[in-house]
Design a protein. Structure first.
Ligand code: ADP
Ligand code: MG
Length: 403
């Protein structure tokens, strides 16, 4: 990895422009905005603490919601400044404007170690438009730039990418560095066997990842709704399961590609099927599937079955590197959560490098209590997928090279 890290910078007395991902879920109760999950803020604390301890003046930039380039009080970051202050145990200033005289004056009054949050970057059309003039105005407020917003690194916006051209040094923060280490570094030459577990709702979301990882993986374990598009490709009855009819040919192509490359591509051998999608449903096992007998007519497959769980567990136990993207069933509903729970437990038990990418998979792993028993949970949904697809993230490309 050749990008400059925040650990390489001399920081004492420097005005550091820090881009973070504070796009947290909120809920308004009795007119007061409450943050319902502060994971993203928590994840930025190591970099914030590092900067403060090194004596930097930390100017934090973030976006929140989709105000579409206009000032909209509904999307103010002010409540986030208060929450951050609570987490840091230190005052956090808030500038109601993101550029110009207001923040400039506040910054001129900062002491080393102080933190100031600027108002929502997306109140300016120049943010998402990656407008050079806006990027330059932001850059004028600081001495160096640090990007820790991995979750926004797949977007070329003014505060995630454009700004880097107008500062002498642009470095990755500690979270960004960790994301790149696991989703890129560890997978460049993975310890083998390298097992990739893919699930989720749509095969179309994951085609890029399947193709890119086909060059690297020894074994794919497929689950989730995407499995049933592959069933259709193999002529296995799918009942009322979710199938992407326009992706069946692509599924055939992928199966042929795996065969040609000698990559093992495992599909569920059995499933749970239901006639009702609800928290009180009682799904039944399908038994082993074949072109003669698959998912029952009028029934929908909602999870992998017990025999598949056993086989996938064995594959995971023998792996040295495991990457997981996409739940293998409708884990949000207890009766359909078994498979996803079992996969999470298998990863937690394994001595392999275990990496979880994908918003819902990370939610599942944490919900089942295994969050700290795996090597790494990515904070980026879209960004992690694009990185796994082998794409260059604009927010990373813009950073300075380490020399
Ligand atoms: P991630 O966010 O981890 O990348 P996805 O967004 O691709 O995962 O998919 C997650 C969704 O897939 C979950 O909401 C889950 O309910 C759904 N899903 C998993 N298996 C099935 C299935 N058999 N049928 C319908 N939906 C499914
Ligand atoms: Mg998702």
């Amino acid at each position: 990895m050749s990008k400059l890290s925040v650990r390489d910078l001399s920081l004492s007395g420097k005005r550091v422009l820090l881009r973070v991902d504070f796009n947290v879920p909120t809920e308004v109760r009795e007119g007061v905005t409450h943050i319902t999950d502060d994971t993203r803020i928590q994840e930025s604390l190591p970099t914030l603490q590092h900067l403060r301890a090194a004596g930097a003046k930390v100017i934090v930039m973030a976006h929140f919601g989709r105000p579409k380039g206009e000032v909209n009080p509904k999307y103010t970051l002010h409540p986030v400044a208060q929450h951050l202050s609570h987490l840091l145990g230190a005052a956090v200033g808030f500038s109601p404007e993101s550029t110009g005289a207001v923040p400039a004056k506040m910054i001129s009054e900062m002491h080393n170690g102080d933190v100031l949050l600027l108002e929502n970057m997306r109140f300016h059309a120049g943010e998402e438009g990656n407008d050079a003039a806006f990027a330059k105005e932001l850059a004028a407020l600081g001495d160096v730039y640090v990007n820790d917003a991995f979750g926004a690194a797949h977007r070329a916006h003014a505060s995630t990418a454009g700004i880097a051209a107008f500062v002498p040094q642009a470095a990755m923060g500690l979270l960004m560095e960790k994301e790149l280490q696991y989703l890129h570094g560890e997978l460049r030459e993975p310890a083998r066997p390298f097992v990739v577990i893919l699930g989720g709702s749509k095969v179309s979301d994951k085609i890029g990842v399947i193709k890119a990882l086909m060059e690297k993986a020894n074994t794919f374990l497929i689950g989730g709704a995407m499995a049933y598009t592959f069933f259709r490709a193999l002529g296995i009855p799918t009942g009322k399961s979710r199938v992407e009819a326009d992706k069946v040919d692509l599924a055939k192509e992928i199966l042929a590609l795996a065969e040609a490359k000698g990559v093992r591509f495992l599909l569920p051998v059995d499933n749970l099927e239901t006639q009702e999608i609800s928290a009180t449903a009682q799904p039944r096992p399908t038994g082993l599937v074949s072109p003669e007998k698959g998912i029952s007519e009028d029934w929908e497959a909602v999870d992998i079955g017990p025999e598949t769980i056993a086989r996938y567990r064995a594959e995971i136990a023998g792996a040295k590197t495991v990457l997981w993207n996409g739940p293998v069933g409708i884990f949000e509903l207890e009766p359909f959560a078994n498979g996803t729970k079992a996969i999470a437990a298998a990863l937690a038990d394994s001595d392999a490098v275990t990496i979880i990418g994908g918003g819902d998979s990370v939610t599942a792993v944490k919900q089942f209590g295994y969050g700290d028993k795996v090597s790494f949970c990515s904070t980026g949904g879209g960004a992690s997928l694009e990185l796994l697809e082998g794409k260059v993230l604009p927010g990373v490309a813009a950073l300075s090279e380490k020399i």
